[in-house]
Design a protein around this ligand. Structure first.
Ligand SMILES: *Cc1c(COP(=O)(O)O)cnc(C)c1O
Length: 441
């Protein structure tokens, strides 16, 4: 498969080049040259296929010839090691629980898949240094996704004091090939430092730098697997229902929803998607008015979606060939304020004995309100374990929410982080030193 840039000013790249580069020169997004369709036999077999089997079938056309079928099979088996159950919450409303991975959030899948791809591409004597800035969740998913992967070291920059205790624990306690760096500054300062590192000629001569941000095709594409798997599980429960379902997707940067829309384009029977957001409602507003107006982000209790300028949205427009009407027929918008999120979490806990996280709560609500008009069953994506937002949930429900095992394990390990100011020279010195240690070991 070849990948072109959505801005069309960069040359086409192979899967390998797109993964290693991350971003085309023209600042567009890599997009597959053609979208394969899956057979009716595949859809029929879906309910009885395992996650690694589904992942292999779906991702093979996107990764050949850079990753051989044998290698892809191994990667899929290493990545999809935890369950993704589909749970009925109310009649016709199902939760797809994407939070059973190592950091209890759906980003685990993409991060793990990307780490194995980079490993497959790294030359034995040329280790890759992955440099990421995080405001919390990306750091933990990337750190855990790359943990112990040979020939790759990860350096994570985060704003000192600017991430939650649990988030910090998830990337500062791992050791091995994962190095956390607390920056005396904001998340924007961290991102700025990363950008400087990528454009520094000295550093790129010395080491192979790579980013692991959410627009990388190796993080984006494997998310399609959730939708195929969910549909298969739902079919098993509802073999006689009309084949088309509606997916409600809690969205921030819109990578996850873009993957769902691509899955539909490949042949998955989906009637509608609901783009469910918090107060950062650029996309729902666009669906209503036709005006696409990115804005500075607003802080909410569904903070993993506090994105004012969703960087994956152009991929969705590309799938619809920039046809606004066609897009509007398939994607519906929905947004909610914090107080409504709190009310939903309280209500569903009380009525249905199901604990929602703040992100999933928005998507659940969108189904409750819109399904009667849409006339299908609905599946919402539960993108994180509620206990990841323990403080918020405890306040809403006046409870003491227990942490799942995966998260508890982090709390018992010592925190290790270097500290730097927000001068680029300090980061450069640190990378230089780290790299020398790594190549010597
Ligand atoms: C990242 C994240 C989202 C948003 O996903 P996008 O692909 O950026 O739209 C939603 N919920 C949680 C819990 C997240 O961590």
């Amino acid at each position: 498969m070849k990948y072109y840039s959505t801005n069309r000013q960069s040359p086409e790249m192979s899967f390998k080049e797109a993964v290693v580069k991350g971003l085309p020169h023209d600042k567009g997004l890599f997009f597959p040259q053609h979208i394969p369709t899956l057979s009716a036999a595949f859809l029929e077999a879906l309910p009885d296929m395992t996650l690694p089997q589904i992942a292999f079938e779906v991702l093979q056309p996107y990764t050949v010839p850079d990753i051989t079928p044998e290698a892809l099979k191994d990667i899929c088996e290493e990545v999809f090691t935890f369950p993704i159950p589909l749970v009925e919450v109310k009649k016709d409303i199902y939760s797809l629980e994407l939070f059973h991975g190592p950091t209890c959030a759906f980003k685990d899948v993409g991060a793990r898949f990307m780490s194995r791809c980079l490993q497959a591409f790294a030359e034995p004597d040329k280790p890759v240094t992955v440099l990421v800035a995080t405001s919390g969740d990306t750091g933990s998913a990337v750190a855990n996704g790359f943990l112990g992967v040979d020939n790759i070291e990860v350096v994570i920059l985060y704003p000192e004091g600017g991430v939650s205790e649990i988030q910090e624990m998830q990337f500062t306690t791992l050791g091995q090939n994962i190095h956390a760096v607390a920056v005396a500054g904001t998340f924007d300062d961290c991102q700025h430092l990363v950008k400087q590192a990528f454009s520094d000629p000295e550093l790129s001569k010395e080491m192979q730098l790579s980013s692991a941000n959410s627009i990388n095709v190796a993080r984006w594409l494997p998310q399609m697997v959730y939708y195929f798997h969910a549909w298969g599980q739902w079919r098993k429960l509802q073999p006689d229902a009309d084949a088309e379902v509606t997916f409600a997707v809690p969205s921030g940067n819109f990578g996850n929803l873009a993957a769902g829309v691509l899955a539909r384009k490949m042949g998955l029977p989906v009637k509608f998607f609901i783009a469910a957001t918090n107060l950062n409602k650029v996309v729902p507003a666009y669906l209503e008015s036709g005006d696409y107006t990115p804005a500075p982000s607003v802080a909410t209790i569904a903070n993993a979606m506090d994105v004012g300028s969703p960087n994956n949205f152009p991929r969705i427009q590309e799938i619809f060939n920039q046809d606004y009407q066609a897009l509007k027929e398939v994607i519906k918008g929905f947004w909610m304020e914090d107080e409504q999120i709190r009310e939903t979490i309280r209500q569903v806990q009380q009525d249905d004995d199901y604990l929602l996280d703040p992100h999933g709560a928005i998507a659940y609500s969108s189904l409750l309100r819109q399904l009667p008009d849409l006339g299908t069953s609905g599946i919402f994506l539960e993108t994180a374990h509620p206990a990841k937002f323990k403080q918020t949930i405890d306040e809403i429900l006046s409870t003491d929410t227990p942490l799942p095992e995966q998260l508890q394990a982090f709390l018992n390990r010592p925190k290790q982080a270097r500290r730097i100011g927000n001068e680029f020279s300090e980061l450069a010195a640190l990378l230089h030193e780290q790299h020398k240690l790594f190549t010597a070991s």
